[in-house]
Design a protein around this ligand. Structure first.
Ligand code: GTB
Length: 217
């Protein structure tokens, strides 16, 4: 059955792979699942046809026959549970890998999103300069804890899993701030994720859509 996901017609990041379709593409590549992409404009995302699939008018969505999903956590978990390659067979190890997915989305990603919001959406507010370092400190607190847990390990809990896919995806959003590089072991962890052939294919696919046009001359 054909799988179709939605993605930005042109991501505002110009091809850095930071929009959330990249993590879904990555999961699809890890499990060896072919997929198609329907590109949507910001306007189309808010129109009834898209809102029927995604109540919040966002990308990505996932369609497979009658099944329509939104939320990258749900999409990646669905792929991991229905295809081999992203979750261990052992029940306890599987539950722990899923725990890392939730940790990425519910514990690590929120302060990172706060930073993006205060920088790019609230930067002109009189309190933005005071809020920024507070948000950055909350991120650092989480990264201290995360790097302590990762230690010298390659991945968070044994073999690479959907938990690592989600954590690496979340941490990537932090790279432009420079904060990730303050934590060399986490920067190396993210680099290991990016080096995976499946990530490379996912990145290249979104790059082909989003990379800024080369300047003439
Ligand atoms: N919780 C949802 C999920 O995980 O699926 C969040 C989905 C979401 O935020 N989608 C964004 C969206 O559709 C795109 S990824 N935004 C349009 C809207 O809300 O109107 C977020 C994103 C946007 C831009 C960059 N960037 O330019 O670097 C990075 C990430």
């Amino acid at each position: 059955m054909t799988i179709t996901i939605t993605a930005f017609e042109r991501s505002p990041d110009g091809g850095k792979g930071l929009a959330r379709d990249t993590r879904v593409r990555w999961a699809l590549e890890e499990v060896g699942q072919a997929y198609e992409v329907r590109l949507v404009s910001f306007r189309a995302m808010k129109e009834p046809a898209h809102l029927r699939m995604h109540p919040f008018g966002q990308i990505p969505t996932y369609e497979e026959g009658d099944l329509v999903l939104f939320e990258t956590g749900a999409i990646v978990l669905y792929l991991a549970q229905t295809r081999a390659g992203l979750l261990p067979d052992d029940a306890n190890a599987r539950a722990r890998a899923i725990t890392w997915m939730f940790a990425a989305l519910n514990t690590v990603e929120p302060p990172i999103l706060d930073l993006v919001i205060v920088k790019f959406q609230e930067g002109d507010k009189p309190w933005a300069k005071e809020r920024l370092p507070l948000v950055a400190e909350r991120i650092r607190d989480r990264l201290v804890q995360l790097s302590a847990r990762l230690g010298d390990a390659e991945w968070l809990d044994g073999a690479f899993s959907a938990g690592d896919l989600m954590m690496v995806s979340v941490l990537l959003r932090l790279r432009p701030s420079g904060i990730l590089d303050e934590f060399p072991s986490l920067a190396a962890y993210v680099a290991r994720g990016e080096a995976r052939p499946a990530y490379q294919r996912a990145f290249a696919a979104q790059w082909a859509v989003n990379a800024a046009e080369p300047q003439a001359g």
